[in-house]
Design a binder for this molecule. Structure first.
Ligand code: KQY
Length: 377
């Protein structure tokens, strides 16, 4: 395929009233089979160094690794299609859909499924990780419209959730349990008028979950305000993987210990205790002077400064149908992380993709991918 499609030639998604839970839909676990994966193409020079050229190489490597396992669609801004086409595997579908940045996990729909195999999308309100109070850029209209465009392209109906949330701030076990962090969900820059119990209810209504497990703080210096997808994920129901460090002096130590204690003293929606596995964090890694200098100071409010700690984590991987695509970040820890993840996914290949350039933009492989649940198409 060599063409670059336009979403406007495709059907609009139908907006549903009500909630996924009331309609019998649930958010599956990410380890369940996928029909495909969505990504977006990086561009903004105030977030990606060197005009996003190195980031595009990293995104293309991620997309091409996933495309060996499942269908991949990449949303590009006007004019970026030909360059993306040259870097992406011919099997990757490219659609021209505008975005403000490239974090498909957070701007795309969270897909939900029912027992008959039907799919719908949940379109969360998006405010660029904090709006006027610490948000990462001042205009996010394109990002906020992405979920609707993806639902249209996938020909699925859509629910518009009445609260701010990013897909990277929730993980589901597909059997009624949701993992979140207080640092993100209760941050006043997301839903200042909603109480914790209201958010707990809304999360259940819009994901079909029955129980929300609240962890505390996320990864140190994470500009998402502690997304759970950088800290802890489900490997399968009842089994989680938590990013940690054995260095007691590292500020991540207490954060990860607290998460472990909360998990080990809690049960999931099915009444199971959690089996908690640990994976040592990379680094700590910091921004180099050369990397910081190559990012334009634009309207994005987060400056890139030499020496700043990066929110690096191996938990931020993508489990594709036959492989797990894991960020390659640190020669001192990558092999150990691949071994830990490989043991937890014995039926999938573990593929390391160099991901420092994604990390420099503020997230990692999980943050830039959005799975479409279902069987291979
Ligand atoms: O990690 C994510 N889910 C998004 C990170 C956004 C960073 C923007 N600079």
């Amino acid at each position: 395929m060599s063409s670059i499609g336009s979403p406007y030639s495709q059907r609009m998604s139908e907006l549903r009233r009500g909630t996924p839970a009331a309609d019998g839909f649930r958010m599956p676990g990410e380890f369940e089979p996928h029909a495909g994966c969505w990504m977006a193409w990086p561009a903004r020079p105030d977030n990606w160094r060197d005009g996003a050229r190195p980031a595009r190489e990293a995104f293309a490597a991620v997309a091409n690794a996933i495309a060996e396992s499942e269908s991949v669609t990449v949303a590009v801004n006007a004019g970026d299609g030909p360059g993306a086409r040259a870097m992406l595997d011919p099997s990757v579908r490219i659609l021209e859909i505008p975005s403000d940045d490239a974090w498909m996990r957070d701007i795309g729909p969270t897909f939900v499924v029912d027992d008959a195999g039907a799919r719908r999308g949940v379109d969360w309100e998006f405010n660029a990780w904090g709006g006027a109070d610490g948000g990462l850029y001042p205009s996010w209209d394109h990002d906020d419209a992405m979920a609707s465009a993806v639902c249209g392209a996938e020909a699925v109906d859509r629910y518009r959730a009445p609260f701010v949330l990013e897909g990277g701030s929730i993980h589901s076990d597909g059997e009624g349990t949701l993992l979140v962090t207080e640092e993100c969900l209760l941050n006043p820059n997301r839903n200042p008028t909603r109480s914790r119990s209201e958010l707990d209810r809304l999360l259940r209504e819009f994901t079909g979950a029955e129980r929300v497990v609240w962890l505390g703080l996320g990864v140190v210096n994470d500009e998402t305000d502690g997304h759970v997808d950088n800290l802890c994920c489900f490997v399968r129901p009842g089994v989680v993987l938590l990013s940690s460090t054995d260095d007691r002096a590292d500020p991540q130590y207490e954060r990860s210990l607290d998460a472990r204690r909360r998990l080990e003293s809690d049960v999931d929606a099915q009444g199971r205790s959690f089996e908690v596995h640990l994976v040592h964090q990379p680094g700590p890694l910091t921004v180099t002077a050369e990397e910081a200098a190559a990012v334009v100071r634009g309207v994005g409010v987060q400056a890139r400064r030499a020496g700043d700690r990066l929110a690096a984590s191996y938990v931020n991987f993508y489990p594709a149908n036959d492989r797990v695509v894991v960020p390659g970040l640190d020669g001192a820890h990558d092999d150990e992380a691949l071994a830990v993840i490989g043991e937890l996914f014995p039926d999938r290949r573990v593929v390391s993709v160099p991901a420092r350039e994604v990390l420099l933009g503020g997230g990692n492989i999980h943050c830039i991918t959005q799975p479409v649940p279902g069987g291979p198409r």
